[in-house]
Design a protein around this ligand. Structure first.
Ligand code: UGY
Ligand code: MN
Length: 258
């Protein structure tokens, strides 16, 4: 029965959202042409970042990010052209390709064919607002274009079964991180994490069990998860193929920074 008699794995609680594809509703957004969005999380849910899946028709294009807003794009399917205006940089992103555009960086994103991409946006928190009483200098974020397959993995806490790829540069200039985490079948986080950072997570491959707060959920490729600050979290991979997810977190800012 298509409606499943009201059943879904999706669940919204005060400190987390599991959103499964059967509950996705598409919406247009102003300025974008030929793109439908699944807005997974954002200010309406009380998060400090926005995460969406953008579904592009051929030639579909995104509007610029808002003033002061950084953008990160990770291509899931298709072929997406990025041009950073001023002739400085451009790239053709295929699945696993990603790009970061700093706040107010003029750019164009257009799909050359039917495509799908994760789009994460966050208002930039100036370092000066976060280091109280100092005039510390830091690298200003710059455009990043990359391919996840070319990023060297690191074993998490020495566990070779759990490989992390850091897609963003790390340093005081950058106020968020996006990583992929790949779990061999049977691999798991070594601990239940409880931390100040919030997460947006998109399941790319495989599946397993996610603990969120006091609930345990079966999750699989295509699912989205939001975890609020301090949401207890743990994942164990189940199945005969690796489980992999893309995960956002706010990073490197004093908790009193706006
Ligand atoms: O980076 C993280 O906090 C990551 N280990 N969290 C997670 O996978 N839920
Ligand atoms: Mn975490």
């Amino acid at each position: 029965m298509p409606h499943g008699l009201g059943n879904t794995r999706s669940s919204l609680k005060a400190d987390h959202l599991l959103q499964t594809p059967d509950t996705f509703i598409r919406t247009p957004l102003p300025g974008a042409n030929g793109v439908e969005f699944v807005v997974h999380t954002g200010s309406r849910l009380g998060t400090a970042f926005t995460q969406m899946t953008a579904e592009f028709a051929r030639n579909g294009s995104l509007a610029p990010a808002g003033p002061g807003v950084q953008r990160f794009v990770y291509v899931l399917d298709g072929l997406v052209d990025l041009e950073v205006l001023g002739g400085r940089t451009s790239g053709a992103l295929t699945p696993g390709g990603f790009a970061y555009i700093p706040a107010d960086g003029a750019h164009q994103i257009r799909a050359r064919e039917v495509s799908r991409a994760v789009v994460i946006e966050k208002r930039y928190t100036l370092l000066a607002e976060s280091i109280f009483g100092t005039g510390a200098q830091a690298n200003q974020p710059e455009v990043v274009i990359g391919d996840e397959a070319q990023v060297a993995p690191e074993a998490l806490g020495g566990d070779e079964g759990l490989q992390v790829r850091h897609l963003m540069p790390d340093g005081p200039g950058w106020d968020f991180a996006v990583n992929t985490m790949t779990y061999d079948p049977g691999a798991a986080l070594a601990m239940v994490e409880i931390h100040v950072m919030e997460h947006g997570l998109f399941m790319l491959e495989g599946g397993g069990i996610y603990r969120l707060g006091d609930s345990w959920y079966p999750v699989t490729a295509g699912d989205f998860i939001w975890m609020a600050p301090y949401c207890p979290q743990w994942f164990g991979a189940i199945g005969k193929t690796p489980a992999k997810y893309l995960i956002y977190k706010d990073w490197y800012r004093h908790p009193l920074a706006t």
